[in-house]
Structure formats: structure tokens, C-alpha cells
Ligand binder design. Structure first.
Ligand code: CP3
Length: 367
């Protein structure tokens, strides 16, 4: 057997990850697994009493400047639920905030921008991200976590449409009218904005991988607001470049592309060059597998609201997802979107145990 380290076209060495054989990593690659892996988007956060106790007051942007605190908040849900992966505790607006665009995260609201992106002059407020100097606290926290975690760490960045939507709308939006209007009426400016945000996401993701993250997820959470044609023409090219450039520098790294309300976009998302497409709860997982096609794994997709009531409901709905996922390899169990703050953590603990016990996708039959 050859012991040569595989090299990417760009010449980068593929350093074997110590979690290469972990169930989460294997499922992302469509390989067989000892059990179906599970993690929950937004698994760290207000549903956990230990989070509320440790988090302290102020903006989440203050909290994430403290590497020890970030490491603790990242580990809390892994310890409690026994998830197969940790998600780095941070936020999608961190790179834009770090280069001084003027973004904060208001508790209960989300990202708010003091001077929204309006014209070409605003591009100057989005200079390239230099992770070692702009976000040294991210690099340090990832290093701390890589040294202590027993499961793979998922690094992440916001997708180009979703981050642009916050910068252009100035905050959370229902109809996304300002960003849609900019995309269609000023295509050259949109192109420049998306390329800049893609470069920032790429720099951030690379720094997280270099510091010890094992996989990454791109949260293009609100891309589902777009028509397939607009997504394909105005967002997908930059998304493809993001995954292609990552593959060149960090070959073989499992990648996940996720958005909400993306039922009609799934076949396009599957062409982005990602290993896994995240599915929200609206599309049954067997249908999602058909839309994504062979060669791409799926992640999802229990409706987070199903975890708010009785265990009987959560258990039945978890079994439904596991059944629709089938027996073919390539399923990472997750919710269809983030954990809702009012969720009883005891329910999520039982969901994780049920997935481990009964999930069959890619699980070798016991001889
Ligand atoms: O376990 C995890 O997933 C934790 C890491 C994480 C956070 N934000 C922490 C956070 C991740 C992966 C994110 C990504 C993020 N941030 C997304 C994509 C995920 C998604 O939900 O689709 C988006 C759209 C944002 C923007 C954002 N940041 C919103 C809408 C909010 C909620 C505002 C609120 O208070 O309800 C935030 C703040 C935020 N980010 C919190 C957490 C735990 C809220 C609690 C706090 O301030 O401590």
C-alpha cells in the first residue's frame, strides 16, 4: 500500500485527519458507519441551562472573543447529548464585523448593521479578512478545541447570499426586497459584493481548518427565498468557487451546504461541489435524496418544533426521518433547522440516543 500523501492539483498536502474514521466524517463521505451520526444545528445556546449560566451578559460578539468560554460553550452540547460532532461556537457575521463593517448581534433579533451596504463605495468597508490578525480569538479557540474534543469539530461560515442579505437589508428580513433588488438591478455591484464575501468566508474557513477543525458547514440559511434561476445565476457560481478553492487547499475535507426552504434548489445545491447537502424539514428525506442524486450525502431533517412537546411525538417523528433516510449510506441526522430556545434538552438527548440505536443508513448489518 502506498504511504504517499495525496496531493491536490494546487500542490497542498492532504494531512490525514485524526477523525477520518469517525462516523460523522464517514457518513459525510457516503461510507458505511457503525451508527448513524447525529448533531444539532444551534446545539449550543439558550435551550441549555449550562449555556445560560456560562454565557454572561452582552452581545454574542463579546462572548466569542473569549477562547476558553467558546471552547466551553462548544463542548457543552457534545457532553450532554453525545453528539457525533461539535459545531464551533461563533456567528456568521463574525468576519464582516472583524473587518469593521459595523455589525452587531442584538439578543432576540439577530445581526443588525448600522450603515447597510448600498453602493460601490461600501465595498471599501469589506476589505479582505486576515484571520491571524482580525480573528485571532477564532484561531485560538479552534486550537483549544482540537486539542480536547473526542469528536470532529465543524467549522463554519455564512453563505454568500445570507451574509449579503444582512449587510444589504441592515438586519433580519422577511421579504428580502432590498437584497433582491440590488441583485437584479445592479448585477456588477452584486457580483463584486458576493465575490468579496466569498473570499472572506474562504479565508475564515481555511483558518478554522488549519487550526484543527475537521469539517465545515456553509450556512446559506436564507437562499431558499430565491427562485432556482436567480440562485443558479447569482449565488451558485460563487458557492461553487468557495467549495472548489477549499478542495484545492484542503482536499478531502467533508463539507456541508445548508439552507432553509431550499426544496426547489436542492438539485442545484448538489452541483456546488459539497459532500453533503443540508435538508430542512419540508422535504421528505427520500425525496430529498432523489433531488440531491447519487454521490452527495444528506443531512437532516427533523422539524425542530417536533422537539417541543412530548417524547412520544419526538420519537415517532425521529423514526419517520430515519425510515425515510433508508439504508443507503450518506445520512447525517440533524434537525431541519436550529434548536428552538424553548426546547427541553432531555428530548434532544433521547433523540440522539434513538438515532444511534435505530438509524440504518450505511450501517453494516451484524453478521
Ligand atoms: O450550536 C451552534 O450552532 C452554535 C453556533 C452558531 C451560532 N450562530 C450561535 C448563536 C451558529 C452556527 C450560528 C450561525 C448563524 N447565525 C446563522 C446560520 C444558522 C441558522 O440559524 O440558519 C444565522 C442566520 C445567524 C445570525 C444570527 N445570530 C441570528 C438570526 C441570531 C439569533 C438572535 C436571537 O437572539 O434570537 C444570532 C445570535 C446567536 N448566534 C445566538 C447563538 C447561540 C443567540 C444567543 C446569544 O446571543 O447568546
Amino acid at each position: 500500500m502506498s504511504t504517499a500523501v495525496p496531493r491536490a492539483p494546487g500542490g497542498a498536502a492532504h494531512a490525514p485527519d485524526r477523525f477520518d474514521d469517525a462516523p460523522f466524517m464517514r457518513a459525510c463521505r457516503g461510507q458505511s458507519v457503525p451508527h448513524v451520526p447525529v448533531w444539532f444545528m444551534r446545539q449550543a445556546g439558550r435551550s441549555l441551562p449550562e449555556y445560560r449560566a456560562a454565557r454572561g451578559p452582552g452581545s454574542i460578539l463579546d462572548a466569542i472573543h473569549q477562547p476558553e468560554l467558546v471552547a466551553e460553550l462548544t463542548c457543552q452540547p457534545v457532553d450532554r447529548y453525545g453528539t457525533d460532532a461539535a459545531i464551533f461556537f461563533s456567528d456568521i457575521v463574525v468576519p464582516a464585523a472583524a473587518v469593521g463593517f459595523g455589525v452587531d448581534v442584538a439578543p432576540g433579533t439577530g445581526p443588525v448593521v448600522s450603515e447597510p451596504f448600498r453602493s460601490a463605495a461600501d465595498l471599501e468597508r469589506l476589505r479582505p479578512l486576515e484571520p491571524e490578525t482580525d480573528t485571532p480569538y477564532v484561531v485560538e479557540a479552534v486550537r483549544l478545541l482540537a486539542a480536547t474534543l473526542d469528536v470532529p469539530l465543524i467549522g463554519f461560515a455564512g453563505g454568500p447570499f445570507t451574509v449579503a442579505s444582512y449587510l444589504v437589508e441592515g438586519g433580519p428580513s422577511k421579504n428580502f426586497t432590498k437584497v433582491k433588488s440590488l441583485m437584479l438591478s445592479e448585477p456588477a455591484l452584486w457580483q463584486a459584493l458576493v465575490e468579496r464575501l466569498t473570499d472572506m468566508a474562504l479565508a475564515s474557513l481555511r483558518s478554522q481548518l488549519d487550526a484543527g477543525a475537521s469539517a465545515i458547514q456553509v450556512f446559506d440559511s436564507w437562499a431558499g427565498i430565491l427562485t432556482p434561476r436567480h440562485y443558479e445565476e447569482l449565488v451558485l457560481p460563487a458557492t461553487r468557487r468557495l467549495f472548489a478553492d477549499l478542495e484545492a487547499s484542503h482536499p478531502g475535507t467533508p463539507t456541508i451546504l445548508f439552507g432553509v426552504g431550499t426544496g426547489e434548489l436542492l438539485p442545484l445545491m448538489a452541483t456546488a461541489g459539497t459532500s453533503v447537502v443540508g435538508i430542512d424539514w419540508r422535504v421528505p428525506l427520500d425525496e430529498a435524496r432523489r433531488r440531491v442524486g447519487p454521490g452527495t450525502a444528506v443531512q437532516g431533517n427533523l422539524d425542530p418544533a417536533m422537539c417541543l412537546g412530548s417524547w412520544d411525538v419526538a420519537a415517532a417523528e425521529t423514526r419517520e426521518v430515519l425510515g425515510l433516510a433508508g439504508t443507503a449510506p450518506g445520512h447525517v441526522f440533524n434537525l431541519g433547522h436550529g434548536v428552538l430556545p424553548e426546547t427541553d434538552p432531555g428530548i434532544l438527548e433521547e433523540v440522539a440516543a434513538l438515532v444511534h440505536a435505530e438509524g440504518r443508513a450505511g450501517v453494516e448489518p451484524v453478521p
